[in-house]
Design a protein around this ligand. Structure first.
Ligand code: G6P
Length: 374
């Protein structure tokens, strides 16, 4: 039944709209919010015997490909903040190309929807040889990565059929946010922060349901952009990953050139591309990077850029001085969970662009769901 399209035309569409439920399944039994005197905590059974080692490790290295890499990148800031352990990122193929350093004192976290991606699997073998503690985060029970890692967490997002990953992405971020909470343990100094995140996680499926109401608006935006050759997405901080992932979706399925750009790097190159034709989505939801993104928007307007801003609900005025440009308003959530919300309109945009451009949504040309050869 789960691999039926139901009332949807495509698996990708179904999987995008399924996210309130898939996120609930991911969190089921793992978030504990007791009575008034009981602390709020996270339970990740598959890791319970390993937290001591993880907390003592020299660094946490995330390793993955494609969307799974982007999910880890989205979770990196909260892991750095709560774990107190340095967190680095590796694209599996690049780690292998460089034979980059992996130490016995490292915790290497392998993120993979399928659990079968050849590059990630080979990086796992490499990390095992180097003696690191290897943790798997996959959506596939019994997959090679799940079997060969020392311990791990299943994301339980349900079968994902569309080649472009959508619901697995949001579930991966949520699992890694829970991982950050669990590694952070019961440190007093971050208790308020941790509890706010846990409350935010409980409410996240509702907020995702709310952001899915933008479907028609994103379809209208897709109509406007359907004939474009290129689309840039600017993000930073928690939402640098959202920019990369949004651009990857557009590239993968709509077969339109798209690039996710770290907004802090704008003046070091991308600014040269700005003119009145090239559409640029700027993610400027409310967080500690907000004022920097406001200034990016101003600089883009000053160069007559064609700007579309994603902002928190009710903040259109502060991101669109003088009503310039188009706005996508999304519900505001805890900063580290905002990437889960912000990616949804971009998934919808990629989906509608693909349908309007007449391409194959669920099986984009030249791509495979699981790349099991190198
Ligand atoms: C392929 C898929 C992508 C996916 C990537 C990593 O390229 O088309 O959607 O993100 O592999 O897959 P994994 O199963 O390891 O997450």
């Amino acid at each position: 039944e789960q691999i039926n399209k139901g009332n949807y035309e495509h698996y990708m569409q179904k999987e995008i709209h399924e996210q309130p439920e898939s996120l609930k399944t991911t969190m089921r039994g793992r978030l504990i919010r007791g009575g008034s005197c009981k602390a709020k905590t996270v339970l990740l059974g598959g890791l319970k015997d390993h937290f001591k080692t993880i907390r003592r490790s020299r660094r946490i290295v995330f390793i993955g490909c494609g969307t799974s890499y982007n999910a880890a990148l989205a979770a990196r800031p909260i892991l750095e903040e709560l774990s107190g352990v340095p967190v680095t990122m590796e694209i599996a193929s690049d780690l292998l190309d460089r034979q980059g350093p992996i130490y016995r004192e490292d915790t290497a976290v392998f993120v993979s929807q399928s659990g079968e991606t050849a590059d990630t699997l080979q990086a796992l073998e490499y990390a095992l040889e180097n003696g690191a503690l290897c943790v798997g985060i996959t959506n596939t029970v019994g997959s090679a990565i799940a079997r060969h890692t020392h311990c791990g967490v299943h994301i339980n997002a349900g079968a994902e059929i569309g080649v472009a990953s959508t619901k697995a992405y949001t579930s991966q971020i949520v699992v890694m946010a829970m991982l950050a909470l669990a590694i952070g343990g019961d440190t007093i100094s971050s208790q308020t922060r941790r509890e706010a995140i846990i409350d935010g996680l409980f409410d996240l499926p509702n907020k995702v349901r709310e952001v899915l109401n933008l479907d028609q608006e994103m379809k209208d935006l897709a109509k406007l952009l359907v004939a474009e050759q290129s689309l840039l997405v600017f993000g930073r901080g928690y939402n640098y990953a959202t920019a990369l992932e949004g651009a990857l979706k557009v590239k993968e399925v709509a077969l339109m050139h798209s690039e996710g750009i770290l907004a802090g790097e704008m003046k070091h190159g991308p600014l040269a591309l700005v003119d009145e034709n090239l559409p640029i989505i700027v993610i400027a939801t409310r967080d500690s990077c907000f004022s920097k993104q406001q200034s990016v928007i101003q600089q883009l307007h000053a160069r007559k850029g064609r700007v579309i801003v994603m902002c928190s609900k009710g903040e259109a005025v502060s991101v669109c001085p003088g009503g310039l440009g188009r706005v996508i308003e999304v519900p505001h959530v805890e900063d580290c969970l905002q990437p889960v919300i912000n990616v949804v309109p971009l998934q919808l945009l990629a989906y509608h662009l693909t349908v309007l451009r007449g391409y194959n949504v669920d099986q984009p040309r030249n791509l495979a769901k699981s790349v099991t050869t190198q």
